[in-house]
Design a protein around this ligand. Structure first.
Ligand code: MSP
Length: 646
């Protein structure tokens, strides 16, 4: 059986988990589940980085013995990962006995072979980043990464001969152009190496909370040297298993720790004569209102609090709220780049993608099975052959997206299938088929829906395991490996239940309540920390900050139809870049729906969704009016939809 070894960074436990930190493990879990669906045997590790000066200081500040502090903190990280359905094979703690043994063994070996030597360090140290810094690295005397004060450190310690591996590393990069992804991170690292590598300090004489250097008990191993080795511990370094499990297929990390993973770690492995990891992928950051989430800014989003409030607000159980969060994190933005967290966008995704598109498809299908069952008895339950190719090619395309960590693109394609099925219900008009006694066509219609939903439930499993299994239970079909998805009928087992409302839609007043609760408390969910006051100006004028709050974008109208029983409202289905939305607009007295199709318009893309005549409108279009006249705003020349208006 093919194997796949995937790791996340291990988390410092001096801070509570925030949305940014858990997003990495959720992305890794998505990938791990997908690899399992491909039939691979997956080794997937995540865990906690427990030594270091800052952990020692945090425990001291709380008046707790550091062992007790780390024990409790690690347990709470692990409990959160379990709640988030992280299917890790090993939750590694750097205080685990096997890890301590491996770190000491490696330190000794590198010392014995001359790759580690004793020297003296005189320079700067950033406790927040646990990083040694040169005078020339500092910006205004502060840490170039976090901007905090640095400590002057002058101590005898041990150095790793990084400089010796500079040429070998550069050659490796040249021969493996996809070693580090995305490309910009690869380029950054090559530039750093071309600038010259210095030997790095790998022990501390003033930090007690660390793994003792085996041959010099006055020193502890530098936390990064200790932490990087966790990957080797997971693969059983020093045992027979290492030959089987090593090297990792992928180290998934954030963009802030690429030098440790892309330079120091490969050099350590070269010194150990061990194969290098196949790939390193450095993702971007989840920000809050454009700023990096950090405790000092008071803008961290607490995942547990967010899950609890989602669950209370919408009335779904916690596993469903977890899947909603997993979906949002995977669907929003391009993986690798920075993304801004917005609770509004989270609820919008819930209402449109989950409740409207997926939830409705399932409900309508189950309801029809309940109603029309007698009429299809005796007819073959075979899905429409015409859709076979679309489903088969989409499965292949989604597979390639997931495999290259383009989670959002893969989900978007899956949603295209959901929308094809929803549209098929409109086109086939199954209630008319039932009324006319056309049992055969009705059976084909329902078999197509069931087969399509079976595909979709399987394709979303890596992202939303609970939703996937609940849908499969409802339609009485099973989870299958990726390669076993075949366009064939449902067999004898038909759904029994007539309705399963997986995603109750968020009503506008609930949405307002959720957003208002955050606005009036002026806190980020779960932190209790005030967020900054919005800027104010005098005399009714608005500031540039107010203008930049508006996200205006170009959209192309795909479909337009009158909302029944009104002459004013038109329901538009528009495309905004890679996304499709429904917008209800009061332009019915001025425009005929037919003339709107294909036109480009300007929409407010970040408006709270609202319900108009039972239809959720996801944005507002811009139109000029004077007296009885109205004109839609449109770009002067065609431009790709999704384009932003500045
Ligand atoms: N302990 C080190 C890693 C050692 S790995 C051998 C560390 N820990 S951390 O807790 O600070 O960060 C862990 C991971 O979370 C890193 O990959 C980091 O990039 C990621 N994230 C931290 N904040 C993040 C966001 N706001 N958004 C996305 N990921 C972020 O560094």
């Amino acid at each position: 059986m093919d194997r796949y070894f995937l790791t996340t960074a291990i988390y410092y436990i001096n801070d509570r988990p925030h949305l940014g930190s858990v997003s990495e493990t959720i992305a890794a879990d998505f990938l791990a589940r997908y690899q399992r669906k491909l039939g691979k045997q997956v080794l997937f590790s995540t865990g906690t980085d427990e030594h270091s000066q800052k952990v020692e200081r945090t425990a001291l500040a709380l008046g707790q013995p550091v062992e007790q502090y780390t024990q409790e903190a690690a347990a709470s990280w692990k409990a959160l990962f379990d709640k988030l359905e992280i299917s890790y094979s090993r939750f590694i703690r750097t205080t685990d006995a096997d890890h301590i043994r491996v770190v000491q063994e490696i330190f000794q070996k590198l010392y014995d072979q001359g790759d580690i030597y004793k020297g003296s360090y005189d320079g700067w140290y950033c406790v927040k980043d646990e990083a040694f810094l040169l005078e020339s690295d500092l910006v205004d005397g502060k840490c170039p990464h976090c901007g905090l004060e640095v400590q002057h450190v002058s101590e005898i310690n041990y150095f790793f001969r990084l400089s010796k591996y500079q040429d070998a590393l550069l050659a490796w990069y040249e021969q493996h152009p996809d070693f580090v992804q995305p490309q910009m991170r690869y380029n950054e690292l090559v530039n750093v190496m071309r600038g010259g590598l210095r030997d790095v300090s790998v022990s501390r004489s003033t930090v007690k909370w660390g793994i003792p250097v085996p041959f010099d008990t006055d020193q502890t191993v530098y936390v990064w040297f200790d932490a990087l080795i966790n990957y080797a511990t997971v693969a059983g370094y020093g045992t027979d298993r290492f030959a089987v499990d090593w090297p990792p297929d992928l180290h998934l990390i954030g963009k802030d720790i690429t030098r440790f993973h892309g330079i120091i770690w490969p050099a350590m492995l070269m010194a150990l004569n061990a194969p290098l990891p196949k790939h390193i992928f450095a993702h971007g950051f989840w920000n809050f209102e454009g700023e990096k989430m950090s405790k000092s800014l008071g803008n961290v989003v607490d995942p547990s609090a967010l899950i609890a409030s989602l669950s209370n607000l919408i009335g779904i159980d916690e596993p469903m709220a977890v899947d909603t969060l997993r979906y949002y994190l995977s669907r929003e933005g391009t993986y690798g780049l920075d993304v801004d967290f917005s609770s509004q966008r989270l609820l919008l995704r819930f209402n449109t993608d989950l409740a409207n598109d997926l939830g409705n498809l399932l409900n309508r299908t189950l309801n029809m099975f309940g109603k029309f069952r007698p009429q299809i008895t005796g007819y073959p339950l075979e899905p429409k052959p015409a859709l076979s190719e679309l489903f088969t090619t989409t499965v292949a395309a989604v597979s390639s997206d997931y495999g290259s960590l383009q989670f959002s693109a893969g989900l978007e394609k899956t949603w295209m299938l959901i929308n094809v099925l929803n549209k098929m219900i409109e086109d086939d008009k199954p209630w008319a088929l039932a009324r006319d006694g056309n049992g055969e066509a009705l059976a084909t219609h329902l078999a197509t829906l069931l087969t399509g939903i079976w595909y979709i439930a399987n394709m979303i499993e890596p992202c939303m395991p609970t939703v996937s299994s609940r849908i499969l239970t409802a339609i009485r079909r099973s989870q299958v490996p990726w390669g076993a998805l075949q366009w064939r009928g449902p067999g004898a087992e038909l759904p029994e239940s007539t309705s399963t409302v997986l995603f109750p839609r968020v009503q506008p007043d609930q949405l307002e309540e959720f957003l208002a609760a955050q606005a009036t408390r002026k806190t980020v969910p779960g932190t209790g920390t005030p967020s900054p006051e919005p800027p104010r100006t005098e005399s009714g004028l608005i500031s540039i900050d107010d203008v930049t709050k508006l996200q205006l974008r170009v959209a192309t109208i795909l479909e337009a139809e009158r909302v029944p029983k009104t002459d004013k409202l038109i329901q538009l289905h528009v495309k905004v870049g890679s996304e499709e939305r429904t917008i209800v607009a009061g332009i019915g007295k001025h425009y005929d729906p037919a003339v709107l199709i294909g036109k480009q318009i300007v929409i407010v893309a970040n408006l709270q969704p609202r319900s108009l005549r039972g239809i959720t409108s996801q944005g507002m279009l811009l139109a000029a009016s004077a007296g009885d006249e109205m004109a839609l705003l449109t770009p002067m020349s065609p431009i790709p939809d999704g384009a932003e208006i500045h």
